[in-house]
Design a protein around this ligand. Sequence first.
Ligand code: TYD
Length: 132
Amino acid sequence: SVFNCNVIELNKIHNRAGNITVVENHVNIPFDVKRVYYLYDVPGGETRGGHAHYHLQQLIVAASGSFDVILDDGRAKRTVSLNRPNFGLYVTPGIWRELVNFSSGAVLLVLASMRYDERDYIRDYAEYKLSL
Ligand code: TYD
C-alpha cells in the first residue's frame, strides 16, 4: 500500500566544502540497484510518471530542486514532497505514481531494482485497477 512507501533519511557527510550522500544496496535501501536514471529539464507545469510497475522497486531522490510524488494504490492516495538530496522515497511494486510540481532546475534521480523492461509497466489506469 502507499503507506509502505517510506521516505528514507539518507546519511549526509557534511563539511565546509559541501556534502556527500551515499546509497548502498541493502544498507539504506532494501534492494540491489540495477539501473540509475535521472529526469531533468522538465518544463514548468509538466507532469510525468502516470504508471505503475508489477515488480520494480525504486528509490526516488530530489538530487536538485523539488517536486511532488503522488502515490496511489487504488484505495488511498498520498502526496510526498521531495526537496532535499539526503532523503529518498522508497516506492514498492504495484503503486501508481505521478510526478508533479517540478521546480525549475529539478533533478529527479531514480535508483531502480531492475533493468528497463516495458513489460513491467502498467500505463493505463483502468488496467492498473483491474490488476489489483
Ligand atoms: P517513461 O517511463 O514513460 O517516463 P515517465 O514515467 O518518467 O514520464 O519513459 C519515457 C521514455 O523513456 C519511454 O519511451 C521509455 C524510455 N525509457 C527507457 O528506454 N529506459 C529507461 O530506463 C526509462 C526509465 C525510460
